[in-house]
Write a protein that binds this ligand. Structure first.
Ligand SMILES: Cc1cc2nc3c(=O)[nH]c(=O)nc-3n(C[C@H](O)[C@H](O)[C@H](O)COP(=O)(O)OP(=O)(O)OC[C@H]3O[C@@H](n4cnc5c(N)ncnc54)[C@H](O)[C@@H]3O)c2cc1C
Length: 405
């Protein structure tokens, strides 16, 4: 197909031009971790007749694994984000800066934030998830959800500046999972380094710190939190105009509340016409293909597998990437699809503020400066891989090479 499947204004899409515009058009929604592998593969082997478009709110994909290190002052912003433009260019993929705001899966159509529509023959969704802040609206301006990361990267320096100016600044982090623990520790280190004496509280629910991790990991994390002067609370929290009210009656006034309260799917998926699970995630099979629409694939946080329980983590988004890339081409070329088999256990490396980290793998745990160096090496190698792909595709690592832990 020669004509570009350009974004069309709402009334442009007659059935005829739908066929010509969308035939052989692969639309990639979101520049998430799995789509990095898709771009890498397309740079190596894109069928000549295939038109591809990447729709992304920002030309940069922020890397959550290095966010705590950035907050703690160990990385610059540029070290934590991947420039999607050279990757798209090397892959011959048109990059549209915008946001998908809706879709009609039955008519193979996406709705974009500028009111235009885009038709596709094949769609891949890697749009991630949002922080679930449904119970925290009352906090108003005090609320800072960790996702979307684009916003968080803009807001955090402002929080640091406010904390420096306000002698009794109080920061609460709500959510006792890995992200909450890392963010609280990173915030503490980053603020202390700038000379702020802000007080930091971490509110984990009654289920406690780091659910799903071994007792040894929880013990190490608690020790780091206590050593950093972070107060830990185990109670359900309700939002108020001035901070958080805990179920045990404690009032925690807060100038800012960082929410790391788990993930929720993007709202527009509810009306996309795709088969979803009870929480609203796109249901996919082991090929990462939609259960309801054979020309839709999804990977990363936005999907839910029907055959295995898979945690929403970057590890799975990254590791499913090469399988997704293969399956998109296999669908076009009508060859066999591959399956993504998640490992039973994943390695988690939790940054604790200074250049020190905790390793968690099943019942095994360890900590130290060497764990930080290990994490740093893995994260930098991951970033370098996609920086290389953009500059010189011939030097890019093969899609099957080792990813981030
Ligand atoms: C602080 C923190 C630390 C973490 N550390 C780790 C870790 O060390 N290891 C780990 O495995 N996991 C970690 N995670 C979890 C990890 O961030 C997610 O599981 C991972 O980002 C999911 O990848 P994804 O590709 O699904 O989505 P994302 O990485 O979120 O990418 C989605 C992309 O889609 C774009 N997008 C969003 N909405 C739209 C739209 N409407 N239209 C078009 N594009 C859109 C976004 O801008 C983004 O570029 C961490 C999370 C947090 C919050």
């Amino acid at each position: 197909m020669n004509s570009r499947p350009a974004a069309t204004k709402p009334n442009d899409s007659t059935p005829e031009n739908f066929m010509t515009q969308a035939a052989n058009h692969l639309a990639l929604a979101g520049g998430g971790h799995a789509h990095l592998s898709v771009l890498e593969m397309l740079a190596q082997r894109r069928p000549a007749s295939l038109e591809c478009t990447l729709i992304t709110p920002s030309p940069f994909q922020n890397y959550s694994g290095m966010l705590p290190g950035w907050m703690a002052g160990h990385y610059t912003l540029d070290e934590c984000r991947i420039d999607l433009r050279p990757l798209a260019e090397a892959a011959g993929v048109r990059l549209v800066t915008g946001r998908v705001t809706g879709m009609d899966a039955d008519h193979h159509r996406l709705h974009l934030c500028d009111g235009s529509t885009m038709d596709y023959s094949l769609l891949s969704l890697d749009v991630g998830s949002e922080t679930d802040t449904s119970d925290l609206a009352e906090l108003g301006e005090r609320l800072l959800p960790v996702k979307p990361l684009d916003d968080f990267f803009v807001q955090w320096p402002r929080v640091m500046a406010a904390a420096l100016k306000t002698p009794d600044f109080r920061l609460c982090v709500i959510g006792g999972g890995a992200a909450g623990v890392e963010i609280a520790l990173a915030a503490s280190h980053g603020l202390r380094m700038t000379g702020s004496a802000a007080r930091i509280d971490l509110v984990a629910s009654e289920t406690g710190l780091l659910p799903g991790h071994a007792p040894g990991v929880v013990k190490r994390a608690r020790r780091s939190l206590v050593a950093s002067g972070i107060e830990i609370h185990h109670a359900r929290a309700a939002a108020s105009e001035t901070g958080l009210m805990l179920a045990d009656g404690t009032l925690l006034p807060a100038d800012k509340v960082i929410a790391t309260t788990g993930a929720r799917p993007l709202g527009w998926l509810a009306h996309a016409g795709l088969q979803l699970d009870a929480r609203g995630y796109v249901l996919v099979d082991a090929h990462h293909r939609s259960l309801s629409h054979a020309n839709v694939f999804a990977a990363g946080d936005t999907c839910a597998r029907t055959d295995v329980r898979m945690a929403r983590s970057g590890v799975h988004a990254v590791h499913a990437g090469p399988v997704l890339a293969h399956n998109l081409l296999a669908t076009i070329e009508d060859t066999e699809l591959h399956t993504y088999q998640p490992r039973r256990r994943s390695l988690y490396l939790l940054a604790t503020g200074p250049r020190h980290a905790i390793a968690s793998w099943g019942s095994w745990s360890a900590e130290g400066a060497w764990v930080w160096r290990w994490k740093d090496r893995i994260d930098r190698r991951f970033m370098h891989r996609f920086a290389l792909s953009g500059r010189d595709n011939s030097a890019a690592m093969p899609a099957s090479a080792e990813h981030k832990a």
